[in-house]
Design a protein around this ligand. Structure first.
Ligand code: PMP
Length: 290
């Protein structure tokens, strides 16, 4: 009886059905991570998060390249080729039958015989869940963000260590903020799970180095260039962030989100910026036609 109850509750909260675990298709409840896994014990792992658009994996090649780069930076070997990865993802999407999905891909150093040495025994998981987007209100009214002094470890890789973001969840919630923008040595870097752009005198500026290069960021740059915007990819001073005319975030699970307050102070006139609205619309069209 208890087992049945647990299963029902589990199915309600975890509606995903199939995942890929070390070469096999299985279900998440059957995935067993060994406590000697270096991802679990030492944070030795990387991941990537992709979504679907119109039932198709969105920007798959770009995500795969970034995942390859992240793995390389941690000295990890991915056990499948790009072609095999795509096949697995498409198979999982088909069998899970969700309208819109989030696809998580994780690679860790795997089981270590002594709990600290890498034994080239990678753990590789792909799991799919129902996509949970932001509310319409966030896009219509804009979001708040807070800044926080931090730089991620190996910032150009998507390393499985988001402890700083989770540790400061309370700070974010207290401020009613959607995101934390990391700042370091006078520069604004990236948000905890997003990139950001500032708009100054009609020009778009976004960070290029020492951050995770977002797939959404790259699409926005391409779309904006096509639409005739001038774009600068360079370091951004904290002062520039605070004196921007407009600020917006970009990320897979967010698309383009206007920012109207930073650390409680208004961005521009405190309303969703006109250029931000143009880019939100361009991105929306891009996904509709994908
Ligand atoms: N920076 C960080 C630290 C992130 O975790 C993410 C989310 N993957 C991004 C930027 C945005 O990347 P993307 O647009 O590919 O989702």
């Amino acid at each position: 009886m208890l087992v049945l109850l647990v299963q029902i509750v589990y199915n309600c909260f975890m509606p995903q059905k199939y995942c890929h675990f070390n070469g096999k298709i299985t279900t998440p409840d059957k995935v067993k991570i060994n406590p000697y896994d270096l991802g679990f014990l030492r944070g030795h792992g990387v991941f990537d998060v992709m979504s679907t658009v119109n039932g198709k994996p969105f920007l798959l090649d770009e995500h795969w390249k970034r995942f390859q780069n992240s793995a390389k930076m941690l000295g990890l070997k991915i056990p499948v080729s790009g072609g095999e990865y795509e096949k697995i993802v498409r198979k999982l999407l088909k069998s899970n039958g969700l309208k819109k999905s989030t696809i998580r891909t994780i690679l860790t150093g795997g089981i270590s015989l002594n709990g600290s040495t890498y034994c080239q025994n990678e753990t590789f998981i792909i799991f799919i869940e129902k996509f949970h987007g932001l509310s319409e209100e966030v896009y219509a009214k804009g979001a708040r963000v807070v800044t926080h002094d931090h730089e991620r470890h190996i910032p150009t890789a998507k390393v499985c260590n988001y402890a700083e973001a989770i540790r400061h969840q309370g700070k974010k919630e207290k401020a009613g903020a959607l995101e934390i923008i990391y700042v370091k040595n006078g520069k604004a870097l990236e948000a905890s799970t997003s990139n950001f752009f500032i708009v100054k005198n009609g020009k778009l500026i976004t960070v290029k180095e020492g951050i995770l290069i977002g797939t959404t960021r790259n699409s926005v740059i391409r779309l904006a260039r096509k639409a005739g915007y001038k774009i600068e990819e360079r370091d951004i001073k904290i002062k520039e962030l605070h004196s921007a005319d407009e600020v917006f975030l970009t990320a897979t699970n967010k698309d383009v989100v206007p920012v109207i307050k930073i650390d409680g102070k208004k961005v521009g006139d405190g309303k969703v910026g006109k250029n931000t609205k143009v880019l939100m619309e361009l991105f929306r069209k891009f996904t509709l036609e994908y």
